[in-house]
Design a protein around this ligand. Structure first.
Ligand SMILES: CC(C)(COP(=O)(O)OP(=O)(O)OC[C@H]1O[C@@H](n2cnc3c(N)ncnc32)[C@H](O)[C@@H]1OP(=O)(O)O)[C@@H](O)C(=O)NCCC(=O)NCCS
Length: 177
């Protein structure tokens, strides 16, 4: 990939530039989460990507009806505008996601808007989501990542390990207790 910004921004807290902030996702973030769902499904930035896929049950169940009691997420904002998001939703064996592990383990979705990638926003979002999941006493978080997606490194670094394989994707799990 060649479009990475050279600079690195600081960690959450004292060294975070004032223009970049993180907050819990709320109900009115639904439209932005949908846009980030599209970015996650179309992680290759494929010009042929068909947005209609997002209306399919396999995709829609990641955001439809947001925000349920068990849904939680984090939004990154740059200069007050949403720049990236990660969120987690409990799907069930009857209607599983691509990264389904168990009914009690929410599956996460993560994406940063293209203009804001390569600045550690994705890493900070993921770390913040793990804190939220831990505070909720959840047993873990799961996800599905396709072969070739560099996000895999990010997940590994946070502690996710591969626990399954489906087609060209790995299912990864972070155990929290
Ligand atoms: C994956 C994604 C969320 C990462 O967000 P980001 O803010 O750009 O990531 P960070 O700057 O925090 O980078 C974290 C790590 O990811 C990897 N990474 C990020 N961008 C990369 C790139 N363009 N090429 C290679 N590795 C990259 C690296 O391992 C990086 O670690 P490093 O900085 O030590 O090299 C972002 O690229 C994205 O939205 N991609 C499209 C959607 C997607 O793929 N979602 C995940 C679906 S499973």
């Amino acid at each position: 990939m060649t479009d990475r910004a050279p600079e690195r921004e600081g960690t959450l807290g004292a060294t975070t530039p004032p223009s970049l902030s993180y907050r819990p996702a709320i109900g009115s973030d639904h439209a932005f989460l949908r846009a980030m769902l599209a970015a996650a499904f179309d992680w290759r930035d494929d010009p042929e990507f068909d947005d209609a896929l997002l209306a399919s049950p396999e995709a829609a169940h990641y955001v439809d009806g947001w925000q349920r009691d068990t849904d939680f997420g984090v939004i990154a904002e740059r200069d007050g505008e949403p720049a990236g998001a990660t969120w987690a939703r409990q799907l069930t064996a009857a209607d599983p996601g691509y990264g389904y592990v168990a009914d009690t383990i929410p599956e996460l979705t993560l994406a940063v808007a293209p203009a804001h990638r390569g600045r550690r926003i994705g890493s900070h979002l993921l770390e913040a989501l793990v804190v939220h999941a831990t505070e909720r006493g959840l047993p873990g978080l799961s996800l599905s990542v396709e072969d070739g997606n560099h996000a895999r490194e990010l997940y590994r670094r946070v502690g996710f390990t591969v626990v399954g394989r489906e087609g060209g994707s790995d299912t990864m799990l972070l155990r929290l207790r």
